[in-house]
Design a protein around this ligand. Structure first.
Ligand SMILES: N[C@@H](CCC(=O)N[C@@H](CS)C(=O)NCC(=O)O)C(=O)O
Length: 341
């Protein structure tokens, strides 16, 4: 029979074994710090969400999520390495450790969240699937698309939703499937299909890349829910929290009127919510292994959610997307972040 001493020894041997197993892997935060940059998975190039500008610098709403994480971790929003991924490659790149955050117009679904070893951290853009058609066709509703040839990108929820929609409405379609958005747009422009279907935000991004954007219209019908957001690998709760709260910090900053312009004045605010967000009252970064000014750095270097939305996809941008459901909950939308406290 084991005496108390044996039990203690057995327990510490178990602890050692556990430590040697878990200790073999550095955390994502440790790896990121060691590397000096966040590995961020983005698209092949989708204006407004993630695309390189003329100088080769990545820009967009999805890019700004990665910049926010880098600002929180390093106090430097530029400390990001971008990895361009098509729809099929994206989850493997996250699972294998090639990227630490996937921020690439990706829809949060049950299958992805529970069977691919990834966790969605929140919603950065509420979207829905729509259709773009040539204006010449004179079509005004999706119910007129029976028999259409439809350009679709493989490995997307788009592929599944369009099949559901046509089956549910007892209509036929001919899927013309491509691997990248460039090919999908190319196929549409070359007349390989009558219709291009994708998330409506993406249709807006793809439309401005057409030779003549005015020759195509986006129909009003929305056939699915596409909550787009950043995801991380399962198994590292600290990193999950960092990405989740980086997004929430931007949304909270908009709610409390903190902008990249006024953030320094706001550090003197007597509103306790603002003081907590900006690290003037308590350290809400500590539980994530971050400094007290983690959210200050995000807001000063990247901006609040409203600034990020307007700059990249809003009415002043080439995409001209209205805030709609992406307005804050206080403005009639559904964009809502848990409180920093
Ligand atoms: N939100 C959908 C669709 C995502 C998607 O990849 N859409 C295409 C639309 S053409 C795209 O953005 N492609 C950009 C690229 O391949 O880089 C999903 O998560 O499956």
């Amino acid at each position: 029979m084991l005496n108390k001493k044996h039990l203690v020894l057995a327990a510490s041997a178990g602890a050692l074994t556990l430590a040697s197993v878990t200790g073999a892997h550095a955390t994502t935060l440790e790896d990121t710090r060691e590397r000096g940059a966040v590995q961020c998975g983005v698209s092949d190039g989708l204006p407004g969400f993630s695309a390189p500008d003329d100088a080769g610098n990545w820009q967009g709403l999805d890019v700004d999520v990665c910049r926010a994480v880098a600002a929180a971790v390093f106090g430097d929003a530029d400390a990001v390495n971008y990895v361009s991924l098509n729809a099929v490659e994206r989850f493997t790149a996250l699972q294998s450790g090639e990227v630490d955050v996937l921020s690439r117009n990706t829809t949060w679904t049950t299958t992805r969240d529970t069977t691919l070893g990834v966790n969605f951290t929140g919603v950065s853009f509420y979207d829905g699937q729509g259709f773009m058609v040539s204006r010449d066709l004179g079509i005004s509703s999706a119910s007129e698309l029976d028999g259409a040839a439809i350009c679709i990108q493989s490995g997307t929820t788009t592929e599944l939703n369009v099949a559901d929609y046509f089956r549910a409405n007892d209509m036929q379609f001919d899927p013309i499937v491509f691997d990248t958005s460039e090919q999908t747009v190319g196929g549409y422009q070359a007349g390989r299909c009558d219709v291009l279907t994708s998330d409506t935000s993406q249709l807006a991004a793809l439309r401005i890349q057409l030779n003549d954007p005015t020759a195509s219209v986006i129909l009003k019908d929305i056939i699915s829910k596409e909550p787009l957001g950043p995801s991380v690998r399962q198994g590292d709760d600290e990193w999950f929290n960092i990405v989740k709260w980086s997004l929430f910090a931007m949304i909270n900053a908009e709610e409390y009127g903190i902008t990249s312009d006024n953030v320094d004045e706001m550090t003197a605010s007597e509103d306790p919510n603002i003081a907590r967000i900006l690290g003037q009252d308590g350290n809400y970064g500590e539980g994530m292994g971050l400094d007290a000014d983690w959210a200050y750095n995000i807001i000063s270097q990247v901006g609040n959610y409203g600034e990020v939305f307007e700059r990249n996809v809003g009415m002043g941008s080439p995409l001209e997307i209205e805030r709609g459901v992406n307005a804050l909950w206080t403005d009639g939308g559904i964009m809502y972040a848990p409180p920093i406290r």
